[in-house]
Design a protein around this ligand. Structure first.
Ligand SMILES: [Zn+2]
Length: 344
């Protein structure tokens, strides 16, 4: 993807300005230091592993998270194939969005990447290798909490390179359907990262909870407020999916399951509005597939993996609506960004 770059230096003056290949560099360029926690790129400190089952395949799978150099991004590596295949994370490598987000490289695939991607987005992890021994990321407890635990246990460290954000300068929107089938997702300029999601499920267990939630990275804490929200499903859908060879690894241990009237999990919900919070969790994972963190306000009505990916592709197709920025002066960064997600 061709990116425009504008670095925001001290005193708000443009230090570098690269527009369509023209690099303008004023003569007073000095040494750059990046000492701000979330304004530098981050990776993990040590290798960490987890074993689980794929939600849809039911297959045992092991993932190994490894540190990666600055500007590597997040790379899935299928280590079970005769020749290991790297599957880079970007919007155009998404090849299937039914039920989960699938990335492909040649014939190699990795399904259900969104919860791990969400944890990376929420903790501001930029660079990571994910070695995986099967076609699907383990579902673990159905939320991003286990991935948060793994990443934090490995230790999150800053790297000597600035984080590069994609900052919206004009709105980008995608829509599907009309009337009761209408759904949409939108990105708008915002000095920070905010997500607002509304669901429209008519079910006794969902009606009793919030249908809309707003999460602002500057004000809320991902690990506490979003990461624990689990995926959810209905028993009748699960039966149908299993008949089609899906949801084979799903159950009360890794999803909120409802019959026609109520939540069947003995422990109930983790948040009062866990359903819509999970949609925020998914959206954060889906949007992080862009490969860079967003500075934008995302809002969505009944969106899902497919529409989220369509939004990313619309964004890439409209380079006049965004620019790439990094910050050398934390005072110019969005409020709270220097304090997000402690690295330890
Ligand atoms: Zn999900």
């Amino acid at each position: 993807m061709a990116l425009r770059r504008q670095c925001l230096p001290h005193a708000g003056l443009a230090l570098h300005l690269c527009l369509r290949g023209i690099h303008l560099k004023p003569p007073h360029v000095g040494l750059k230091t990046y000492n701000c926690v979330v304004l530098q790129q981050r990776t993990i400190q040590s290798i960490t592993r987890a074993v689980g089952v794929g939600l849809h395949s039911g297959q045992r799978v092991e993932i190994t998270l490894r540190p990666a150099q600055p500007d590597t991004g997040i790379v899935f590596r299928r280590v079970d194939l005769p020749q290991p295949v790297d599957i880079p994370v970007n919007a155009t490598s998404v090849t299937d969005t039914r039920l989960a987000s699938t990335l492909s490289q040649g014939g190699a695939k990795v399904h259900t990447v969104e919860h791990l991607m969400s944890a990376c987005a929420g903790l501001a992890v930029d660079n990571l290798y994910v070695d995986i021994t099967a076609e699907e990321v383990p579902i673990l407890d159905g939320s991003a909490a286990s991935f948060v635990f793994l990443l934090q246990s490995a230790g999150i460290v800053t790297q000597n390179a600035p984080r590069k954000f994609v900052r919206l300068t004009q709105p980008v929107e995608v829509r599907e359907g009309t009337g009761v089938h209408e759904k949409w997702a939108r990105l708008e300029p915002y000095h920070g990262y905010k997500l607002s999601f509304e669901i429209d499920f008519h079910h006794p267990a969902v009606d009793a909870t919030g249908q809309r939630v707003v999460f602002d990275m500057s004000e809320h804490t991902y690990a506490r407020d979003i990461a624990r929200a689990r995926t959810f499903g209905f028993t009748k859908d699960v039966e149908m999916m299993r008949a089609n060879g899906l949801a084979l690894g799903g159950g009360l241990d890794n999803a909120i399951v409802m019959d026609d009237y109520k939540v069947l999990n003995a422990g109930g919900l983790r948040y009062d509005d866990e359903f819509v919070k999970h949609k925020i969790l998914d959206a954060m994972g889906d949007l992080y597939i862009l490969g860079k963190p967003l500075l934008a306000s995302y809002s969505a009505f009944r969106s899902g993996h497919g529409l989220n990916n369509k939004l990313l592709r619309a964004l890439i197709d409209q380079p006049q609506c965004w620019e790439e920025v990094s910050f050398e002066n934390e005072k110019l960064a969005p409020k709270g960004f220097a304090k997000l997600a402690p690295a330890w």
